[in-house]
Design a protein around this ligand. Structure first.
Ligand code: SF4
Length: 679
């Protein structure tokens, strides 16, 4: 049988690696490396290499099901779609449109997410959100406030042009492994690498200086570096004068802040803070990389603003090799936010609170009474369900019953919903709580575009038919919209993209033909001749006056601090072979084999003091709950600290659900705990 090669994009993280799927007899049978892809040059991490293991998995959902008592009953598509439409309509008729929440999927393509948020808003609900809330909402609002655009300013290949790379709050060698290739290339060309992380990680092994800061002291460190830079006159005065506002306020706020204080607050020797500050400021081009170690805090938005401010005062932005690289999480989290599947924004980041945005889309969609916003964020939807004002939810490709912080609370909230629809590829923990489960096509089984962390928009064609009776997300949304009389019924994903081209200015030049080539195009592309934008902010910032807003921020302590009762500070994060809730990676034998169970890393000193042995089972308890896992004893964590990956349900039973008040992200990163050996 003849093999064909279909160009594809990795369905895991937002690096957006390209590869070819080998297709034989309508089935994906292998992978071929795409050597000329600009993000990965043929490389794939273990997850990318294992995509077929979940695509062809025997547990894929193959037909619609409804709950009858404690059992699942197979039903036809007609019955399933009628049930969903009736359930949503009934809830809105009785309780109003604000009683329904819509959770879009950062694993789905732009066209599905665009149609989904349109459906929510045409139904009158402002409550549409996506999992960016849990990873990079501080980037969207924090970078947006400082630079005017909440996205990566440069691209990965451009790291080769950086003389200094400062990675803070990102263990990219595990979370975004292909990024390490670019950092290594820069190192080979002589770049100086600074890594700020409380733990020793495979990323810190790449560092010339490892700043082993205390957890949640990022702003103290960044302020310490800014203090050195300003005191030594290393700031870029011309850049500050010509392209920013707010420098004098920052300078004033640092007047009484000493390097000694920074050293005390962060636990980093003052000499290392000085070395890092000088290296970052003096390099001809410095890159600042960050991820969820920065964002997932009660001060996540301020952390992001402090990162952007450091780059601004040094003029390290808007040039080759100089900029801010937020490492986004899911394969299409950037696109899902661009498409307006977010509580604060209509498509193209038009503020939902601005009457002009509402008016614009009422005209474009020929609709009346569209809701203004902001609507409820995903974290606020949980609270609203718990207190009884949110009655129904429609969730696509997200698994809050594993991914939310303080899971016991989320579970209680979901139990109170009158109606829950989940559209998924596997029977996840969240799907198990649904009234109706709709089987969805996976990424390779449908057409559509994905936007990576580099703002790289890439179209892929359907490579294989959907498994069983699963359907493309767009078909499902169309069918429900038709039953609800919403006035749209797209023929295919290309037709949705054409509407996006018309209504979202940064995507105007992103036509299907132009983004179907290997590597696609990077937004903004404001017309069909525009080649895309590799580096943002070269001429001016995307603020109303073109100037960036230097931010003056102070650190906030974590919500769940240590005490005699909870003496260890627990940190959470990713590991290389797993991904988010693990619904895909824990079904991939080659990945599961490498890390099958939840574990906690503790220091040899703490292990000895608690009389805990390597490999023993322990109970870990925070103020939110407790969970059991295996112990790994390692000097990667300091005494008084611990680390647990978050790809198993046990982790989020105990994480902190305290929210950053601006972005509403939970403080997943840190929570005080106690650890006891199980009898
Ligand atoms: Fe996929 Fe990310 Fe790994 Fe690339 S780095 S193969 S996009 S998971």
């Amino acid at each position: 049988m003849a093999k064909k090669l279909c160009a594809s994009v990795c369905p895991y993280c937002a690096v957006g690696c390209g590869f070819f799927l080998e297709v034989e007899g309508g089935k994906a049978t292998g992978i071929e490396y795409m050597l000329d892809h600009p993000a990965n040059e043929g490389a794939l991490c273990p997850k990318g290499n294992a995509v077929l293991e979940f695509l062809n998995h025997e547990e894929r959902l193959r037909y619609p099901q409804k709950r009858v008592g404690d059992e699942w009953r197979r039903i036809s598509w007609d019955e399933a779609l009628d049930l969903v439409a009736q359930g949503l309509k009934r809830t809105i008729d009785v309780h109003g449109p604000g009683s329904v929440g819509f959770l879009a999927s950062s694993r789905c393509n732009n066209e599905e997410n665009y149609a989904f948020q349109k459906m929510a808003r045409l139904l009158g609900s402002p409550n549409v959100d996506n999992c960016a809330r849990l990873c990079h909402s501080p980037t969207v609002v924090g970078l947006g406030a400082v630079l005017g655009t909440g996205a990566m300013t440069n691209n990965l290949a451009d790291l080769e042009n950086s003389g200094c790379i400062f990675a803070i709050g990102t263990n990219f060698t595990e979370a975004h492994p292909v990024v390490s290739r670019w950092v290594q290339k820069a190192r080979d060309l002589g770049a100086f690498v600074i890594v700020a992380d409380p733990r020793i990680t495979s990323t810190s092994w790449m560092a010339d200086i490892h700043l082993r800061l205390k957890p949640a002291s990022d702003i103290d460190l960044l302020r310490g570096m800014m203090k050195v830079i300003i005191d030594e006159g290393l700031e870029d005065r011309d850049f500050i004068t010509e392209r920013t506002v707010g420098f004098e306020d920052l300078k004033k706020s640092l007047q009484d802040y000493s390097l000694e204080e920074a050293a005390k607050l962060t636990g980093i020797p003052a000499s290392d803070i000085i070395r890092a500050a000088r290296a970052y400021a003096r390099s001809p081009a410095s890159a600042l990389l960050y991820s969820m170690g920065i964002t997932q805090h009660v001060c996540g938005t301020d952390n992001v603003k402090a990162c952007a401010t450091l780059s601004l005062i040094c003029g390290q932005i808007g040039r080759p090799g100089a900029g801010v690289w937020p490492m986004r999480g899911q394969n299409n989290v950037q696109g899902t936010c661009d498409m307006g599947a977010m509580a604060e924004f209509y498509p193209g980041y038009r503020k939902a609170s601005d009457p002009k945005s509402v008016e614009f889309f009422e005209g474009a969609w020929k609709a009346s009474n569209l809701p203004d916003g902001p609507g409820l964020t995903s974290t606020e939807m949980t609270e609203a369900a718990l207190e009884g004002s949110l009655k129904a939810m429609y969730i696509i490709g997200e698994d809050p019953i594993i991914c939310d912080a303080n899971l016991r609370k989320t579970k209680r909230a979901f139990e109170k919903l009158d109606f829950l629809v989940v559209q998924e590829i596997f029977m996840t923990a969240t799907a198990q709580m649904a009234d109706v489960v709709l089987p969805a096509a996976a990424w390779a089984e449908k057409d559509g575009s994905y936007t990576s962390m580099e703002r790289r928009v890439q179209w892929i064609d359907q490579a294989v038919p959907a498994i069983g009776d699963a359907k493309e997300g767009l078909w499902i949304i169309n069918q429900i919209a038709r039953r609800l009389g919403l006035g749209f019924d797209y023929a295919n994903a290309s037709e949705v993209l054409q509407e996006i081209n018309r209504l979202v200015p940064i995507y105007k030049g992103m036509t299907k033909g132009r983004i179907s080539v290997i590597g696609g195009l990077r937004w903004p592309s404001p017309d069909e001749m525009h080649p895309g934008t590799p580096i943002l902010h070269q001429g001016g910032f995307s603020t109303p006056d073109g100037r960036a807003r230097i931010a003056t921020v102070e650190n906030k302590p974590p919500a769940l601090v240590t005490s005699p009762e909870f003496p260890i500070l627990l940190m959470t994060g990713r590991i290389v072979v797993h991904y988010n809730s693990g619904s895909m990676t824990r079904r991939s034998p080659s990945l599961l084999e490498r890390d099958p169970d939840l574990y906690i890393e503790i220091s040899p000193e703490d292990a000895s003091q608690m009389s805990i042995l390597e490999g023993e089972m322990v109970n870990v308890e925070t103020r939110n709950g407790k969970t059991d896992c295996k112990v790994r004893i390692t000097d990667k964590v300091k005494p008084g600290m611990a680390f647990m990956p978050f790809h198993w349900q046990g982790t989020n039973i105990i994480t902190s659900d305290a929210l950053d008040p601006i972005s509403k992200i939970p403080e997943y990163k840190v929570a005080a705990c106690r650890i006891e050996a199980l009898p």
